[in-house]
Write a protein that binds this ligand. Structure first.
Ligand SMILES: *Cc1c(COP(=O)(O)O)cnc(C)c1O
Length: 400
């Protein structure tokens, strides 16, 4: 198994080029700086590194395999598609990688409680799992509307022993849950840790979450070298906040021969207002304490966004992705809800793998491109999660 390592960016103010940083009130700045300082100390200790790597192996089930989707590739008649199977992780997605890191950090910092918000409940379940394992109290804020929609995840969080706080203010969805969780966090930032669910938010979260997720790319790079004695020609992943994508990309950033592509949700089309293609159509702005590309109105307020995959509908995006786009080290493309659904069904029926709707965006992009490329080329897709959570929804939608 590969060692736990860290990428050099961002600078010590948390900037990736002009993106990232800390756009937050002073009382929060000192809390974030304390987390950064503790993280920088703790991450270098053998105890922390050994504990995290052992959990990745024995608890999450890492390394996750790389699978050649041969029947899918044959059907498309072009480049070969490989899947990095994060869907096989304990709890069914990549999110457990950074939730374990955050829960362990909370333990090493002697925090008394971990707080977070959740939308569809994926981050909530992964965090409640990690906190149960580490033995630290966990409090998840969730909009009442989402609580009613996401029953299985709500039940899981309860079973896992976290405190679920229903939020009824405003539209009672994700944004209100963020506000509510923040209010709780600000009551005692010294004793609480706010566990952000992607590579977003103020410094040091984009860096920390990236470091915890970068195990994906380090494994994949080594696995590919071992299997083929070369690197993949193209690597791709879906981008919501951007954690599973940066987790794959980080190990390949210096390999200029590897093309890197992030896939955003085009929703009902880029020419409509119902999409969430932040890097494709956004402009620089600020949200949730950091600077990034943003889908915003004239006043700089985030616009409403849409994706068939609830894990991808965020109007901002991780600052490192913004930087990688500007320096042209990564490209960002998009696929529609319809292409996503088609990939979801095709992968299920041709390979017997039901992907998360989020991950199906990356599969859809790979399918579209593979058909145009020679058979010798290899595309590695990060299959960020499994589709159990989406199965009923898709079956209803397609009338199965
Ligand atoms: C949450 C989620 C995503 C989106 O988050 P990123 O931070 O962009 O990775 C993607 N895939 C799955 C399976 C998820 O649960």
């Amino acid at each position: 198994m590969s060692k736990f390592e860290f990428a050099p960016m961002p600078d010590n103010q948390g900037f990736f080029g002009e993106y990232g940083g800390q756009i937050i009130p002073p009382e929060l700045k000192s809390a974030m700086d304390a987390i950064n300082q503790a993280y920088e100390e703790i991450r270098q200790t053998q105890g922390f590194q050994d504990e995290l790597m052992q959990l990745f192996q024995d608890y999450v089930g890492r390394p996750s395999p790389i699978y050649h989707a041969k029947r899918l590739s044959d059907k498309l008649g072009g480049a070969q598609i490989y899947l990095k199977r994060e869907d096989l992780n304990h709890t069914g997605a990549h999110k457990i990688n950074h939730c374990l890191g955050e829960a362990l950090l909370a333990k090493y910092m002697n925090k008394k409680k971990v707080i977070a918000e959740t939308g569809a409940g994926q981050h909530g379940v992964a965090l409640a799992t990690a906190c149960a394992l580490v033995g630290i109290p966990c409090e998840i804020h969730m909009g009442q509307v989402d609580i009613e929609k996401e029953h299985p995840n709500v039940t899981k969080m309860k079973i896992l022993g976290c405190k679920l706080v229903p939020v009824t203010q405003g539209t009672a969805t994700l944004k209100d849950a963020v506000d509510s969780a923040f209010v709780e966090y600000l009551k005692n930032p010294k004793d609480y840790l706010y566990a952000i669910g992607s590579v977003v938010g103020p410094h040091p979260f984009p860096k920390m979450v990236r470091d915890f997720q970068s195990i994906i790319g380090r494994e994949a790079r080594e696995q590919f070298q071992q299997k083929f004695n070369k690197l993949p020609d193209i690597i791709t992943a879906c981008v919501g906040g951007g954690s599973n994508a940066i987790g794959l990309f980080t190990a390949f950033l210096d390999d200029s021969e590897v093309k890197i592509v992030g896939v955003e949700p085009a929703g009902k089309g880029l020419d409509t207002t119902e999409h969430s293609a932040t890097l494709t159509l956004g402009t620089p702005g600020a949200i949730h304490g950091f600077k990034c590309y943003l889908l915003q109105d004239e006043a700089g307020e985030p616009l409403p966004v849409h994706s068939i995959a609830s894990g991808l509908d965020y109007p901002g995006v991780g600052p490192q992705h913004c930087y990688l786009k500007d320096i042209e080290r990564a490209e960002y493309d998009s696929v529609t809800d319809e292409e996503c659904l088609d990939a979801f069904m095709t992968l299920s029926r041709v390979e017997g793998i039901i992907p998360a709707l989020e991950s199906a965006h990356a599969v859809a992009w790979a399918m579209r491109e593979a058909a145009k490329l020679p058979k010798e080329l290899q595309i590695l897709v990060n299959l960020s999660g499994r589709g159990d959570k989406d199965a009923d929804y898709v079956a209803d939608k397609l009338g199965l």
